[in-house]
Structure formats: structure tokens, C-alpha cells
Design a protein around this ligand. Structure first.
Ligand code: SF4
Ligand code: MSK
Length: 641
């Protein structure tokens, strides 16, 4: 009873495994994200409102939104200009992170196709044919590698396109009505203002560079223009970089299939060499998981007295190997330090994105080898083993060997692994959803039309120390299920849902009567794990397929999004491309835009008419679910269903 109360009362996390580890952190004095957050208080309110600028050396400038200080920066920039510029830069960074990930996969596909890389293969030829067909690449009578080379070329060309036409992946994947609506919006704005305002992205790299250019000192100061380019750049991520990452990873590593896995820190094994993969790029983590199973590494592990090499995941690269290889999931973002504190992690291997630099210091308190692998994510104090996809097998084996060598140094007296794990049924790609529905979306559409399922909510995003870990994810998800709204999603939200048992078949009982009956009939949970952050493109694809099937726009469908507990600039890009695709998006915590009244109005009100998608903020998860349900019901009645 005391145990339950302590968990309930811990303001830091609702996850019992986290609470157990935090007690150890408190006792031992291990620095952690919650403790460092406390030390940052009070945080700067200019930063929270988005009204600080340090773009030039006449600054930094701050605008007091309550009118008690200067109303303009030294150059004359208003609060709205500053807020919009900061937002645009966030969208550019977020989009670039996803898209650069996609670029690497495209380059790898090209190398596999031309035979210069033999460490990877075409694992899913059916997906290759499907992507080629979608892109209009001829397949009949052609060699597989010729087709792969053409797919890679189209993808690579999307990054460097210098023409004014929208990028090819977007042209071929975005549903017809959405494409037309964005084109029409560009035309209407040009007619009414005489100025070009683009929404359809041209080149993936170009849209990010465009933001860096237009937010340079003395360029674009117009809030609408800056917001429009933020949306355009983000669309180049959702329908470009992220989509390329997802589709081409499926070709190279296999399209995920439905499978049952375990989630939470209990996937670590006391008697095994534990290797945690953390970051985003499965080109590395899939190899680490594969090489851990080699006879040589198994024998090496046994030679040091371990049962086996146990690879587990964290964050999105964890999601990638979870969905494809059934690798256990140790946790989401806020679990990364807690995993090391168990004393049972022999190596934590990271690639890019969402990696706390604090992990290096923490690992040095243990025998844990903290291994960075990317030239783009070096961390002082880490052991760097440079990854090279052309020597992937050898390097992944070296990483495994490093973990095996560390195992004998483990201090068994300091090992504590919380016993918590939950079962999760995962791997709901669009392909698997279609298979479960018998090959067509019609049954899902019929269920939505009849009201058995009221609508679909896509939830994404992170852990944020400003929110009790996983609390918003759990409550919001449960509330939506109750209301017969099917919940799909990705990223650290998906890990939170898996840890909470919401992806177990037993979670069917939490759903409203309609959704429950459907899930029972199909044998699926009411909460569908669609993958990592880049796999938000799978949600776009699903929405697009339904829209095209019904010959409507995405913004007509009873769909709604949320990024509760959002943290990163990538989440800004995801939210912005959802909105640009016609999906209303709930956010919490507050985005740093409230200091700019015009920007706030564009994103929360004007966007409704312009794009059919908009942002809204809500601190309370039940109230957020109320709002999301209201949107779903309004859209249903507009459709006459
Ligand atoms: Fe200040 Fe303008 Fe320079 Fe920004 S660009 S730091 S608002 S002078
Ligand atoms: S890992 S972007 S904390 S979801 Fe994709 Fe999690 Fe957010 Fe990173």
C-alpha cells in the first residue's frame, strides 16, 4: 500500500519502474534530468514566450509582452517577428534532423543497389516494388537492383531539387485534395497580397536553407510569411525526409510486422551482457541487434560467464528494432539515465538525436561503456567508435565485444533492475493494418461511418520533465479509448503506452463499446504502435489513403493529433506538418509562441481556414481529450455521418 502511495505521490513519473530508480538516484545522489530541472528554476519567461532574440550582435534583445519594457528590438523587430523567426528556426532544425536521417538511408540504398555496400540487402522486395510503383518507376522485366537504384535516385534528388515544382515524393504520396488545397492557397495568397507565399515544398534541403536565409538579420519580418515557410519546411520533412526514411528503411531492413514484445526496464537481464541502443537510426541498431546473435559473440559472452548478449532499446531507435526484430524496449527518453543507474548496462550505444550529454558522466560512475558512433553526435567523456555502414558488421561486432569486455567489471552489489515489464502487441504499419482489415481500408471506413469508431487520434512525442513522466500520455490515451476513438502513434508516446500495458490485448477492456468490439474481432489492442518519430509518415500515409479512398481532403476526416509531453524541435516539425496536412494538433507544454499575439492567432485560429489544421494547447489531459473528441464530432457532422 505504501509502495502504491509513493508511486502516486512522486511528481516526477507515474511509471513504477522509474519511481523505484529515482529512489536509488535520491539515495545515491546521482544527477538526473529532474534534479537538474529543479536547479534551473525559475526559467526565463522571455524564452518561454519566445520573445528573446540573439540573431545579431546588437542583441540579445528581449520584448516584454506585458508592455512594461521595450516594445522593439534594437533593429526594430517586433515581438511577433522575433517569435516567428524563432519558431521557423525550430521547424528547420527539426525537419533537418529527420530529413538528414532519411538522406543517409537513401544513400545506403544507392550503395546497396550499385553493389558498393554488401553489409545490407534488399530485405523486403515487395516493399521495393510498391514504392517503385508509387513513384511511377517501371518494374516489369527489370532487375531488382536497377529498380532499387531508381528509387534511391528519386529520393536523393528530392533533397537537392532546385526547380520550383514540389518534391517528387510529396507529389506521389500526398492525397490529391490536400495537394490541390495547398496549391490553391498559394494562388489565393498571391492574388490577395501580390507576394509569393509557398506551402508546397520544393527541395528538402532548400526549405531548411530558405529558413536560415530568411531569418538572417534584416530579411523576413512578416509573421504570416515566416509561419508559412515553417509549415512548408515541415511538410518537406513529413512528406519528404521522414517518409523517405520510413519507406527505404522498410526496403532495406524489412517492413515491421505485428508482434508481441516486452517493455520497461525489466527487459534488462541480470545474468546477461546488456547492450542498450539509443537514438534514432536503425542502420546501426539493427546491425547491433543482428550481430549480438552471432555464434562468435554468443560464445564470447558465455566465456565471461554471461548467459547471452541481450540487446534492448530506448527511444526511437529502440522502436525501430522493437518493431522489426522484436527487441525488448527499456524505455522512453526519461528512462535513459535510469537504465544506466540499474548498474546492469554494460554498454549504451547511441547514434543521433535525443541523447542527454549527461549520460557520459553518469556512465562513468558505473562500469558502463557509453559509446557514441556518429560524427554528428559526439559527447565529451564517451568512448567513440565511429560507425561506417560500409563496414557495419565489423563495427557492430566491435561494439558488442566492448560490452562483453565490460561485463566482468560489473559491480553485482550495485545492480538493481526493477522487475516491471508489460506486454505490447506492436508493428501496425499501414501494410499490417491493411492485412488485418482484409486488404482494403473499406472496413475501417465503414466502422468510422457507422460511428462504431468515432475517429482516429494520432499521438506523438517525447517525455518532458515539465510534465510528470508518462502521465499525460497515459491519461489522454485512456480517455480517448473510452470515447471510441482509435489511438495510433509513434515515438516516446508509443513507449509510454507500451509500458502502461495499453498495447496489450487486455487493454481492449478500457475501450468504449464500439472500439472494444472491433478490437476483439480483429484481435488487436485499441492503441496501435506505428513506429519511431520518422514513422509519423506512416500516419500521414494512412490518413492520405483514407482521404483518397473517399475522395476528400484529410481536413475533412475525423482525425486529430496530439503531442503531449513534447520536447524537441523535431516535435515542432511533426506538429507543423500535421497542421499543414489538415490535422488539428493539441500541444502541451506551452510552445514558445505566446509572446507573439499575431503568430499565436495564425497558428491557433487563422490556420483553421487556411489549412484546415491548427494548434491548440491544453494542460489537463481529460480536457484535452474533451477538445479532441469535440473536433472529431464536428468533423463527423460536417461529413454528414
Ligand atoms: Fe535585437 Fe534585431 Fe539583432 Fe534580434 S536581430 S538581436 S531583435 S537587433
Ligand atoms: S525519441 S523526438 S524524445 S519522441 Fe524520437 Fe522521443 Fe521525442 Fe526524441
Amino acid at each position: 500500500m505504501d509502495e502504491v502511495k509513493a508511486i502516486k505521490d512522486d511528481h516526477r513519473s507515474v511509471d513504477p519502474a522509474a519511481v523505484e530508480m529515482l529512489r536509488i538516484a535520491d539515495r545515491e545522489g546521482y544527477s538526473n534530468v529532474w534534479e537538474r530541472y529543479e536547479k534551473q528554476q525559475p526559467q526565463c519567461s522571455y524564452g518561454q514566450l519566445g520573445t528573446c532574440c540573439r540573431i545579431c550582435s546588437m542583441g540579445p534583445c528581449r520584448i516584454d509582452p506585458f508592455g512594461e519594457g521595450p516594445t522593439h528590438g534594437v533593429c526594430g523587430a517586433t515581438a511577433d517577428t522575433i517569435v516567428a523567426r524563432n519558431l521557423a528556426r525550430m521547424a528547420a532544425v527539426g525537419s533537418s534532423s529527420h530529413s538528414d536521417h532519411g538522406r543517409k538511408v537513401a544513400l545506403l540504398l544507392r550503395a546497396v543497389a550499385n553493389g558498393t555496400n554488401t553489409d545490407y540487402h534488399i530485405t523486403d522486395p515487395d516493399k521495393l516494388m510498391a514504392v517503385a510503383a508509387r513513384l511511377g518507376i517501371p518494374t516489369a522485366g527489370r532487375q531488382q537492383m536497377e529498380i532499387a537504384a531508381d528509387v534511391a535516385k528519386v529520393a536523393i534528388d528530392c533533397f537537392g531539387n532546385q526547380e520550383e515544382e514540389p518534391l517528387v515524393f510529396l507529389q506521389k504520396y500526398m492525397p490529391v485534395k490536400r495537394f490541390e488545397r495547398l496549391k490553391e492557397l498559394e494562388r489565393a495568397l498571391y492574388e490577395s497580397t501580390g507576394a509569393k507565399t509557398g506551402f508546397l515544398p520544393r527541395g528538402i534541403d532548400r526549405e531548411a536553407v530558405d529558413i536560415l536565409h530568411r531569418t538572417h538579420f534584416g530579411c523576413d519580418h512578416d509573421p504570416l510569411s515566416l509561419v508559412a515557410q515553417s509549415i512548408r519546411c515541415s511538410l518537406s520533412d513529413g512528406w519528404g525526409g521522414s517518409l523517405i526514411a520510413t519507406e527505404l528503411q522498410d526496403i532495406l531492413l524489412g517492413t515491421p510486422t505485428i508482434k508481441s514484445v516486452k517493455a520497461n526496464l525489466g527487459v534488462l537481464e541480470e545474468e546477461s551482457v546488456n547492450v542498450v541502443v539509443h537514438g534514432h537510426e536503425p542502420i546501426l541498431s539493427a546491425k547491433v541487434a543482428e550481430m549480438a546473435l552471432s555464434a562468435e559473440n554468443r560464445q564470447a559472452a558465455e566465456a565471461v560467464g554471461a548467459k547471452r548478449v541481450n540487446v534492448v532499446g530506448l527511444c526511437c531507435t529502440g522502436n525501430e528494432v522493437l518493431l522489426r526484430q522484436g527487441v525488448g524496449m527499456a524505455g522512453n527518453e526519461s528512462h535513459s539515465e535510469l537504465a544506466i543507474m540499474t548498474g546492469a548496462v554494460d554498454a549504451m550505444v547511441v547514434d543521433v538525436q535525443c541523447i542527454f550529454p549527461a549520460l557520459a558522466d553518469l556512465a562513468s560512475c558505473f562500469h558502463t561503456k557509453f559509446i557514441t558512433t556518429s560524427e554528428q553526435a559526439k559527447i565529451p567523456g564517451a568512448l567513440h567508435i565511429q560507425f561506417d555502414e560500409h563496414h557495419a558488421d565489423v563495427i557492430a561486432s566491435r561494439i558488442i565485444k566492448t560490452a562483453i569486455d565490460a561485463f566482468p567489471n560489473r559491480n553485482k552489489g550495485r545492480v538493481y533492475i526493477p522487475k516491471h515489464t508489460a506486454t505490447a502487441v506492436v508493428g501496425f504499419t499501414v501494410e499490417e493494418i491493411l492485412k488485418a482489415l482484409g486488404g482494403t481500408l473499406q472496413p475501417l471506413i465503414d466502422l468510422i461511418v457507422s460511428g462504431t469508431i468515432k475517429g482516429v487520434a494520432g499521438i506523438v512525442g517525447c517525455n518532458n520533465v515539465k510534465v510528470q513522466q508518462d502521465h499525460f500520455h497515459r491519461v489522454l490515451t485512456t480517455e480517448l479509448l473510452k470515447r471510441d476513438i482509435l489511438v495510433i502513434g509513434t515515438g516516446c508516446w508509443a513507449v509510454a503506452a507500451a509500458k502502461a500495458g495499453l498495447m496489450d490485448l487486455s487493454a481492449q477492456k478500457l475501450a468504449g463499446p464500439g472500439l472494444k468490439a472491433v478490437c476483439k474481432q480483429l484481435g488487436i489492442p485499441p492503441v496501435l504502435h506505428m513506429g519511431s518519430c520518422v514513422d509519423c509518415s506512416r500516419m500521414l500515409n494512412l490518413a492520405g489513403a483514407i482521404a483518397d479512398h473517399l475522395k476528400v481532403d484529410i481536413s475533412d476526416l475525423p482525425l486529430v493529433g496530439s503531442a503531449p509531453e513534447w520536447t524537441t524541435e523535431k516535435a515542432v516539425a511533426i506538429g507543423a506538418y500535421f497542421v499543414g496536412s489538415g490535422i488539428p494538433v493539441h500541444l502541451w507544454p506551452l510552445p514558445p509562441i505566446l509572446g507573439g499575439p499575431a503568430v499565436t492567432k495564425i497558428l491557433t485560429q487563422d490556420a483553421k481556414d487556411l489549412l484546415g489544421g491548427w494548434f491548440f494547447v491544453e494542460e489537463d489531459p481529460v480536457a484535452a481529450a474533451d477538445q479532441m473528441e469535440r473536433i472529431v464530432m464536428q468533423r463527423r457532422s460536417a461529413l454528414g455521418i
